[in-house]
Ligand binder design. Sequence first.
Ligand SMILES: *Cc1c(COP(=O)(O)O)cnc(C)c1O
Length: 371
Amino acid sequence: MIKVSSCGEARFWKEVLFMEKLFAKNLIDIEPYVAGEQPKNDKIIKLNANENPYPPSPKVQEAISAFDAETLKKYPPMDAAPLRKAIAEFYGIGQDCVFAGNGSDDVLAAAFRAFYNSDKPILYPDITYSFYPVWCELLKIPYETIPVDEGFNIHVEDYFRENGGVVIPNPNAPTTIGLPLKDIEELISHNRSSVVIIDEAYADFSGVSCVPLIKKYDNLVITQTFSKSRSLAGMRVACAIADPYLISYLDAVKDSYNSYPMDAVAIRAGAAAVEDREYFEAACKRIIATRERTAERLRELGFILPDSSANFLFVTHPEHTAKEIFSFLRDKGIFVRFFNKPRIDDHLRITIGSEEDMDALISALTELLGK
Ligand SMILES: *Cc1c(COP(=O)(O)O)cnc(C)c1O
């Protein structure tokens, strides 16, 4: 079967022709993940991919400037060791509890491969990171989605049943809602016969991380990314944190398709970013302050939104459709994220940018709402 839904007309006819080919039946049948639009124009205020508006630590610039290109003639350090070591030191855990990869999409894909080989479905929320279904289709993993409630809350009791694995982002995306550590611990302790992945892409903005739980639960895998809180989306750096036994399975998967997913520059830059704790903490604080101020201003404009534990907001307005607001902002050069999907097509996901970005957002919205 061939998907033509998202194709232009020229591509459609090309696909019709290709359907006749004998190899067509052997081509992959998959609906890929669609990321936020990347504008060509620098003047665009980009609030659609949850990137960080601030630069990475100056230590990252120093590490890249000091990098000797000659060393690129050799393969990068085995298992990205300098980066794993820096992450282990940051959290006060053993280096054998850390896996590093080329962005957390790479790490999560390896984890799905390593841990989700059951005939039973894996469980995740119906409203969540839309890459999970993509990997399940790609890797042929059976899955079942568990509906979040009307306020988009996850109830961990819904996951207390037989399954082939559980994956939950905490805080969840795009809903911005975080679960307290005691709920996460309940979720893990009720699922001791499967691996629970907690995707902590945004945990640095909530202050709730389950890293301390890895000592207690050997079925817990945490993934984290440097793309958001450490301003390194363009570098592709991420990690998994778990019991060393599970980490060895991630390494086995990695070594079965690409032994060196992380390049030498990314390893050095990533390590420099983790080593600068002070810069990192100040940067997160700044985003959180802007988030709280923006949420308040949006509520004053009549928007309804849950309290955010992430670096973005998930908003709806009783008098205007999300699509209408999305298009209005787009015309003003402000890109936010609209999901044309059931249950959330009346919402927009808005990344927290700089103070000036948010001022521009609020003044555009004030104009639209005629206040
Ligand atoms: C952004 C994001 C990721 C992946 O980020 P990478 O850039 O691939 O590291 C993973 N999970 C969630 C929930 C995200 O929002």
